[in-house]
Write a new protein. Structure first.
Length: 276
């Protein structure tokens, strides 16, 4: 079965398993780096947050022998777990006071997202863009979020500078940094949820903590939008070698929507700054 037919089959099967008050629709979303993903969106009466479950991973399971019926049951179970039993009141989102403590930021590649950046507030950082979102909740299947768009700022009557200030306060508190050992001399830097963890690159003390641990200048490899890899200069690899490695991994192992950049950054310990 081709992917398009698989999506239609999953739609029919899942829709048949849902309660009468839940509508199921096929939805294609433009994600990070203009990647297209197709999923099923669940719309329940009087609930104004509609979760979407994407189907690409399920198609891989289908190709490996799983049945449409089995996966439809799995999707139904996932929906039951992630659906908000009580609607997050839309009026709460309309009121800035109710969501200002949930505003956080993430990093995406600037040049790969120019179309999206025309519609949202952002700040430039190196070859990246800092974008802002509302972190509504954490679930076992990922965070529930709303990307902040220009129309939100108009509705709230706030500036980009105010959004940025709040995000800088909230993100390190809501999503604390996590530092792990990848090898004897390499480290993984992310947040404690390991989701959109490359944003720790902007935390005020991230690189000073890493530098104190390593004791020298180091390279920062953008492993994905979720994590960064730190490589000490003393390993003897130059930037060109590392960038070739990052580009190859991005092309062969990282999903398009999870690619952050092909650029390798360098932290200069004495100057306490990142360059590229």
């Amino acid at each position: 079965m081709e992917y398009t037919d698989f999506v239609k089959a999953m739609h029919r099967e899942v829709r048949g398993q849902m309660e009468p008050d839940v509508a199921v629709e096929i939805h294609t979303a433009i994600k990070n780096n203009s990647a297209l993903r197709t999923g099923l969106v669940f719309i329940k009466k009087d609930v104004n947050i509609a979760p979407t479950i994407y189907l690409e991973e399920f198609y891989e399971q289908y190709l490996e022998g799983a049945s449409v019926q089995e996966m439809a049951q799995t999707i139904h179970s996932i929906y039951e777990k992630i659906s908000l039993k009580n609607s997050y009141p839309y009026n709460n989102i309309l009121k800035f006071e109710n969501i200002k403590d949930k505003i956080v930021y993430k990093l995406i590649h600037k040049e790969s997202n120019l179309e999206l950046l025309r519609e949202i507030p952002y700040e430039e950082y190196l070859d990246l863009a800092v974008v802002f979102y509302i972190l509504l909740d954490h679930t076992g299947f990922g965070p529930a979020t709303i990307l902040i768009r220009s129309e939100h700022m108009l509705r709230w009557n706030v500036t980009k500078e105010e959004i940025s200030r709040l995000a800088k306060e909230n993100t390190p508190k809501l999503l604390p940094m996590d530092l792990g050992i990848l090898a004897d001399t390499m480290y993984v830097v992310t947040n404690q949820t390991r989701n959109l963890g490359a944003a720790v690159m902007l935390y005020p003390d991230t690189w000073e903590k890493v530098a104190a641990l390593i004791g020298e200048d180091f390279y920062i490899l953008p492993s994905s939008i979720h994590e960064l890899i730190v490589v000490p200069e003393s390993l003897g690899m130059n930037r060109l070698q590392l960038e070739n490695m990052v580009e190859e991994i991005n092309q062969t192992e990282v999903e398009q929507e999870e690619i952050l950049s092909n650029t390798v950054y360098r932290y200069i310990r004495k100057e306490k700054r990142v360059i590229f």
